[in-house]
Design a protein around this ligand. Sequence first.
Ligand code: SF4
Length: 62
Amino acid sequence: MRTKVDARLWQEIAHYRLRFSCEDCAQFVPELGTCSAGYPNAEHRRREQPSEIVFCKEFELT
Ligand code: SF4
């Protein structure tokens, strides 16, 4: 799911310490930068304040 990100959402992400990228997912393989479930993950990786976030439906918080 794609979501536009504005300044308010960035504030809420910081305030509530929201996590949604591969780097915070139980399926992430940090040594390889890949997803152990086999999903293409380029759009779900952590980036510096993008204008849009692409949520993964299989995200599983570590
Ligand atoms: S399940 Fe989704 S969020 Fe988790 S590592 Fe794979 S692609 Fe990333």
